[in-house]
Ligand binder design. Structure first.
Ligand code: PAF
Length: 284
């Protein structure tokens, strides 16, 4: 069922009174990664809602909001075959009103703590996580899910959303699901669509770097600089490395040494497409 308005969604939600509801928030261009979230939601909940909304307020002025892939028809097919109960695909005006300037002059924003946003993706994407938290809290208020499902690929996003849920007492259980990869190792992302075949090969450097860091850690190397240095043999002039960090996997704090509670995270541009990936050094 395709739903475009908040009112219709609320009506449907009311009719599911005693049932558990799972929300899978997405920006569409659905792939196997999203399908794994939907599958987990189906296993966990009686009813599953997928939201498809390319959220304007989480894109910076020079980012890819206009060209972000919009494939609602294909997304609907996929959701139908995955047994999704409702797809919520509002227009930007439904979410933010028309004529509203989408800035914090006129709109109430959720601003996650500086400690969590002033690093990794938040450093280059200023305001991005304000936009993410604002739309996610709105979706939580509209859908009122019992569970919400997010991918580990956006590790910083998942940590920040968990923090928001805790700090603002939002009655939603956040479930984090593992990264889904192509056989080659490339982490699935809607932005992979922007890459040429050669670009996809160059993009494999990200997962290779992370695998190698994990292998070195498993061999006993815990010095963070030494682990990070192993990346350089994979980087060529086709790679524009934005960050490579090894941090505490729950808090994103810096650590003296890498440990089984560490996560290695990378962001790198290939063909000017910004790609991110990460891996836990210990068990998930
Ligand atoms: O991860 C995403 O696709 C988006 O950031 C989200 C959570 C759907 C919010 O727009």
């Amino acid at each position: 069922m395709l739903i475009h308005t908040i009112e219709e969604l609320r009506e449907l939600r009311k009719s599911w009174n005693n049932l558990s509801v799972g929300l899978v928030p997405t920006m569409g261009a659905l792939h196997e990664g999203h399908l794994s979230l939907i599958k987990k939601a189906k296993e966990t909940c009686d009813k599953v809602v997928v939201s498809v909304f390319v959220n304007p307020i989480q894109f910076g002025p020079s980012e890819d909001f206009d060209k972000y892939p919009r494939t609602l028809e294909a997304d609907m097919e996929l959701c139908k075959s995955a047994g999704v109960d409702a797809v919520f695909a509002p227009a930007p005006s439904e979410m933010y009103g028309s004529g509203n300037r989408l800035s914090n002059d006129t709109l109430t924003y959720v601003c996650p703590p500086f400690f969590y946003v002033n690093k990794l993706c938040g450093k280059s994407r200023v305001g991005h996580f304000d936009g993410v938290c604002t739309v996610v809290l709105k979706l939580f208020n509209i859908v009122q899910p019992d569970f919400a499902f997010f991918g580990q690929k956006d590790a910083q996003q998942a940590i920040i959303i968990k923090k928001m849920v805790k700090d603002l007492n939002v009655p939603v259980k956040v479930v984090q699901c593992p990264i889904v990869r192509e056989e080659s190792g490339l982490a699935l992302s809607s932005r992979n669509k922007y890459l040429s075949e050669d670009g996809k090969k160059d993009a494999l450097a990200l997962s290779k770097i992370l695998n190698n860091i994990k292998a070195c850690f498993n061999r006993g190397i815990t010095d963070i600089d030494a682990l990070k240095e192993t990346a350089y043999s994979y980087l060529t002039d086709k790679h524009d490395l934005e960050y490579l960090e090894i941090l505490d996997k729950n808090t994103l704090e810096e650590q003296e040494k890498a440990g089984s509670d560490s996560i290695a995270l990378i962001a790198c541009r290939v063909e000017n497409v910004r790609l991110i990936d990460n891996t836990y050094l210990g068990e998930a």
